[in-house]
Design a protein around this ligand. Sequence first.
Ligand code: GRF
Length: 219
Amino acid sequence: MNSERYSALIVPPIGPWPRFDPPLRLGVMASGTGSNFEALHDATACGDLSAQLCLLVVNKADCGARQRAAHLGIRCELRDHRHFTSREALDQDLVHTFQDEGVEAIVMAGWMRIVTPVLIDAFPGRLINIHPSLLPSFRGMDAIGQCLTSGAAIAGCTVHEVQKDVDTGPILAQAAVPVLPGDDKEKLTRRIQAQEHRLLPWATALAGQRWRKAASTQG
Ligand code: GRF
């Protein structure tokens, strides 16, 4: 099998993109290279994801996500976790920051910190996360390493609502890819990330339908 000749399985399948009027107002949190953040941006720029990325918050001054935000012209604020006395104190700051910005939901696009009920409860059902495994398998750190060690034949990624326990919460969408002979962490990461960049905007749009429906029934 040619190593990249496969079809990724995405469930629910990517179909017509829902339109939001006005567009979703999203906050994003990231700690890493920011490729998922950029995928969200690209999906809004091409009109697939009907959303505005209002603010990116990063916790590392030198992370790639911050550089990408500068390049893409998206406002970015730094919240260095080491400057807060507790996880809750950081999360309280995030709540104020995103509420002041008027965001309706937050996407954790590679936020490498455990979040607390302070943040989760301020955005009930409106805080979503992407994780590089087919949850509920391989929760927590080094999910791709865990997958390789396990001998699993199928890997993937999941977008889910955030709950108190790490990498749990209702699943919005998943993408599956094969683990191929000769895979190492780098190769498998690349294959998974290619699907993350498709899945995250799509799952955000699916979640957006729920958010707007809930908002309309609340009057
Ligand atoms: C992704 O693999 C995501 O699943 C995990 O963190 C990584 C972030 O990558 N939560 P990037 O910073 O978006 O490139």
